[in-house]
Design a binder for this molecule. Structure first.
Ligand SMILES: [Zn+2]
Length: 254
């Protein structure tokens, strides 16, 4: 089977990448999101891409979705995001409905917009954002909608380095409604073993607590959502944790 690089070679019969490849699962496995979406839009592999279609998402396994997201982050971190026509994606997804492949739980931090840093387009993913990427019943309900009702195949909880919410929780900040939100980090703070200075000024410690919190959130999701736990046991979704490094632009799986 031809690789995506081979598809781009002028001599390859699939060079045009405009729809000559079969949209079956086997064909899709060899294509990145770039190639897949190029097929959907009829554009060349380097041209604007369309929103995910129902057929394309149906052909993807949860592992495929995870791979696509990590490939997207690699493109972002190397400055090679693919060109997108957001206006055509908006029009297509408005007409044909949405078929997002993943649901993210991410922080509100302005430096960590997951659609940008994983090189995704309109209609590719749900994204629940809350300071410190913590779960509560409303977030769990949103994730159950995204997976059980709307068909997303990957749940990714993404923390990030230098998170102000985690630092605030460590320093026991109290401020209006934020106090309750920060109290949700208590278990992660208690469970993080760290030999150095345990303060919100020490970002090595803050990052360690943030990673612990992501891992604990995965457990919380499975414990408190029988819906997602069953989907995971049936192999219909994967539930994974990750950390985004603000300095490198890289997402790492936990
Ligand atoms: Zn944050």
């Amino acid at each position: 089977m031809a690789t995506q690089e081979q598809h781009r070679q002028p001599g390859h019969p699939h060079h045009a990448a405009g729809g000559c490849c079969q949209l079956d699962r086997r064909g899709l496995m060899g294509l990145s999101l770039m190639g897949m979406l190029a097929l959907a839009s009829g554009a060349g592999a380097q041209g604007p891409v369309g929103a995910l279609t129902a057929a394309q998402r149906k052909a993807l396994s949860p592992d495929d979705v995870l791979r696509i997201i990590m490939e997207g982050n690699a493109r972002f971190a190397s400055g090679k995001r693919i060109p997108r026509d957001f206006l055509s994606q908006q029009k297509q997804s408005a007409l044909e409905g949405q078929y997002p492949a993943a649901v993210f739980l991410t922080c509100v931090d302005s430096r960590a917009p997951v659609e940008v840093l994983c090189d995704l387009g309109i209609g590719d993913a749900f994204n629940a954002r809350v300071a410190g990427n913590v779960v509560n019943d409303d977030i769990l309900g949103s994730m159950e909608f995204a997976t059980a009702a709307a068909g997303a195949k990957l749940v990714m909880v993404m923390g990030h380095t230098a998170c102000g919410a985690v630092a605030g929780a460590i320093d026991n900040v109290r401020l209006g409604n934020l106090t309750l939100l920060l109290s949700r980090f208590g278990n992660a703070i208690a469970a993080t073993e760290y030999a150095g200075e345990k303060s919100g000024r020490n970002y090595a410690y803050v990052d360690a607590v943030a990673a612990t919190q992501v891992k604990q959130t995965l457990t919380l999701i499975r414990d408190r959502s029988p819906v997602m736990r069953q989907l995971e046991q049936d192999g219909k979704i994967r539930i994974v944790g990750s950390m985004y490094d603000l300095k490198t632009g890289r997402v790492s799986l936990l």
